[in-house]
Design a protein around this ligand. Structure first.
Ligand code: URA
Length: 296
């Protein structure tokens, strides 16, 4: 079994991290050489990078039996994590593009075997993280996974790499500090009202319980501060109603569901739902929307 090392100059500032080598990579002795490598090179190019401008490596340098992550020897995973951290310490890349779950966990300083440490890559992709190990991290779908699936995730991989390139060119500026206030005391209502009073737009989202009762409403009037109003006490329900029925234009993600739920279950009528992110997404990327129906 051959340990496949990194490809490129680790001092270049941008790292691309995969999981482990496949058959072709093992034969050639470099990461991302087969079909997944071809796709990676293409999306890198679409983002304005030639492969030689980035450093490409894997969490674990050996190919696992049957290409199954779970089949790795523990010692190989330990060796991979230690080697990654050592290299990181030495070269301090400004940005790590982590492809897939195991790479994202490793880059974010958690154990790549811990499936609960972070959301799965389909939820976590496209977000920027400050790694406790230092440097900025962006998660993206793994090219090999994309090639296996019928959903055209490639469009999202391309978008994520373009975002990565933009972030890198901008020098990876500090991430905004984001705050969430959970309104559990009536005296906090004034802060909420103050925040939404002159807001040009409110972003709303509900959560419901498994029993289909309202659990809470999330409300953001800016990009850096969100409120959560649990639907427990009467004063909280009144506040949820106040937020939903206010005249301020509102953005939802799949608000058709939220509005139906609020109307049917709580008698709350949402006013001025002017934009919906899921509808916008489906319009802008119809190739990704509603693909589940294609199977019928
Ligand atoms: N997948 C990976 O994660 N790494 C490779 O090198 C090839 C495929």
């Amino acid at each position: 079994m051959r340990w496949v090392g990194g490809d490129g100059d680790p001092a270049c500032g941008v790292w691309v991290l995969g999981r482990d080598p496949g058959e072709v990579e093992e034969r050639v002795g470099k990461p991302f050489q087969g079909p997944a490598g071809d796709l990676l090179n293409k999306v890198l190019a679409a983002a304005g990078w030639h492969r030689s401008q980035v450093y490409v490596d894997n969490v674990v340098g050996v190919r696992p039996p049957n290409n199954k992550w779970e089949a790795h020897a523990e010692a190989d995973i330990e060796r991979g994590i230690a080697a990654y951290r050592e290299r990181l310490e030495l070269h301090r890349p400004r940005l790590v593009i982590a492809l897939g779950n195991e790479a994202l966990r490793t880059a974010c300083g958690v154990d790549p075997r811990d499936g609960k440490a972070l959301p799965g890559i389909q939820d976590a992709r496209g977000y920027l993280w400050d790694s406790p190990l230092g440097g900025r991290v962006i998660g993206a779908s793994h090219p090999a996974g994309i090639l296996r699936e019928w959903v055209p995730w490639r469009a999202l991989l391309e978008l994520d790499l373009k975002k990565a390139a933009k972030e890198f060119r901008a020098g990876c500026p500090p991430l905004p500090n984001r705050a969430v206030t959970v309104l559990t005391e009536p005296h906090e209502v004034a802060a909420f009202r103050g925040a939404i009073k002159d807001a040009p737009l409110l972003s709303l989202d509900i959560e419901n319980t498994a029993e289909r009762t309202l659990s809470c409403l999330g409300v953001a009037a800016s990009t850096d501060h969100a409120f959560v109003i649990p639907a427990t006490h009467d004063w909280q329900l009144a506040l949820i109603r106040e937020g939903c029925e206010s005249k301020v234009p509102k953005v939802f993600q799949n608000g058709m569901y939220d509005r139906y739920f609020l109307r049917a279950r709580c008698g709350i009528e949402v006013r001025n739902h002017t934009f919906d992110t899921i509808l916008a997404w489906h319009c802008l990327q119809p190739e990704l929307a509603g693909k589940a129906l294609d199977k019928r």
